[in-house]
Design a protein around this ligand. Structure first.
Ligand SMILES: [Zn+2]
Length: 476
């Protein structure tokens, strides 16, 4: 019977009108959400087993028989069966497919192999439609004028947003990720009162607006990465408007969650995904894992997001229209060494390529093997700090040069590295030029990064996010 519930819910209860859907969402009982999730999860497993060569093989390898699969209603019953980002990168993506795709997106620049995710047009439309309820909850109405400054290249966020804005019926224009100064010059006359933007890009725009003036804005929605509360406070004070954040990944079509007016965590999109937090520590922080519930083209079963967060309990109810959807806390860090920051999604692979290129250009002979990249945020903008250990003889040369008041050699080394950066990463260089982040190179004596007491056993973390409290980063 409950196989029919989502359809019935759609047709009889929620309907296709955004205001009606938003109003009714407020009254949707929690037990109904959970019952729908169980029915859809069961259906997703059946579909994956029947139509996806990848999942059929994985279920056999895990010893999960088709008949046993029919009895599974909760993700935890699958034990340690997960889908990881490494699976998406290393397996032939076509093996995941259960139907011919109509739309495709890529994750950007994190590793040598981008992840590819496929959808039907209907799935993209439906996720955007669901997102419209979240925007309505933030106060978006048909009379508003929205400008979207998301990057469109191979990325889904803008397309999903476009479907959301169509559903609400407001005026909108796509600025894509125009250079903030040019954006500022060109958009003022349109009187956009809602800005939907990339987080780091918003910081650059706000710096310009602080100098040259703002215009009346109802709210700003930023996506793509975490924004610190200090930065949010500053951006809000400049624009005199609330800044909300959305949370998602390409794998979830950018639609895992969205903040509500209370700005206390993201309401999860529980009609399209079933979320779990695995390996929680004493404070409840663990890795967020999701299964898709309504995707028929490329379903994902227990996909490990690598994002560390926790479910927020109901001790502080927000009272908004989406109260029946659980919330998660701000993302506290990545479970691995992929860090989302003003430069984009960065991982050790990027810096390995950079240093390889420097090596080929002759600079490498001067560098030791140890390096680390730290993401810092002393003010409002992320600083990407490349910490490079130098070979001892070069260190000596630099020391002698500095003592003689000559910093030429150090500067020459730095310029050589920056020239290589510009040559091999035009995309990141453009973001640097746009002021989305600062990049600095710090030279260190050999042995500094691993520390004197750590010996050689310690594995050096190549990318560290020092914007986050260390206590939280120590979580699993
Ligand atoms: Zn809320």
């Amino acid at each position: 019977m409950f196989d029919q519930v989502p359809t019935l819910l759609e047709r009889l209860f929620l309907g296709r009108s955004i205001p009606r859907r938003a109003a009714l969402a407020h009254h949707m009982p929690r037990w109904l959400v959970e019952r729908i999730q169980r029915a859809e999860f069961q259906r997703t497993l059946q579909r994956a087993q029947a139509l996806s060569p990848y999942y059929r093989r994985r279920f056999v390898e895990a010893g999960i028989e088709a008949r046993a699969l029919q009895r599974i209603q909760r993700p935890g019953q699958l034990g340690d069966f997960f889908t990881t980002s490494a699976d998406l990168r290393t397996c032939d993506t076509r093996e995941f497919l259960c139907a011919p795709p109509q739309a495709g997106f890529e994750t950007t620049g994190t590793t040598a192999q981008n992840k590819r995710i496929y959808f039907s047009n209907e799935e993209v439309h439906d996720i955007g439609f669901e997102g419209a309820v979240g925007l309505w909850n933030l106060g978006l109405r048909p009379g508003d004028r929205v400008v979207d400054a998301f990057d469109y290249a191979f990325w889904n966020a803008g397309i999903t947003l476009m479907h959301s804005l169509n559903a609400v019926g407001c005026f909108h224009m796509i600025a894509s990720k125009l250079e903030p100064g040019e954006f500022y010059r060109r958009v003022k006359e349109y009187q956009f009162n809602v800005l939907v933007v990339d987080t780091a890009w918003l910081v650059s725009l706000t710096e310009i607006a602080q100098q040259q003036g703002t215009w009346p804005v109802k709210f700003i929605l930023s996506g793509s990465e975490n924004m610190s509360e200090t930065t949010r406070g500053w951006v809000e004070s400049v624009w005199k408007a609330k800044v909300y954040q959305a949370y998602g990944q390409t794998e979830s079509l950018g639609a895992s969650g969205i903040e509500c007016p209370a700005q206390k965590g993201y309401h999860l999109n529980e009609l399209n995904f079933l979320f779990e937090i695995i390996n929680p520590n004493a404070d409840g922080f663990g890795e967020l894992v999701f299964s898709t519930l309504t995707r028929k083209t490329m379903p994902l079963v227990r996909y490990r997001s690598n994002d560390i967060t926790r479910f927020l309990d109901d001790a502080e109810p927000c009272g908004c229209l989406l109260s029946c959807l659980r919330r998660v806390d701000k993302i506290q860090g990545r479970g691995d060494e992929i860090v989302s920051c003003g430069m984009g999604m960065i991982s050790p692979w990027i810096f390995e390529r950079w240093l390889d290129a420097a090596g080929e250009s002759g600079l490498g002979a001067r560098l030791a093997d140890d390096w680390q990249v730290a993401v810092l945020q002393p003010g409002t903008r992320d600083i990407i700090e490349l910490r490079l250990e130098l070979r001892e003889e070069l260190r000596e040369e630099l020391r002698e040069g500095a003592a003689a008041g000559n910093r030429g050699l150090e500067e020459e080394l730095r310029q050589g590295l920056m020239a290589q950066f510009e040559r091999i990463f035009p995309y990141y260089f453009k973001n640097l030029h746009m002021g989305l982040f600062d990049l600095r190179v710090v030279f260190l004596p050999r042995g500094t990064l691993r520390g004197p007491s750590a010996g050689t056993r310690r594995k050096l973390r190549r990318v560290v996010d020092e914007r986050m409290p260390q206590a939280v980063l120590a979580a699993p």
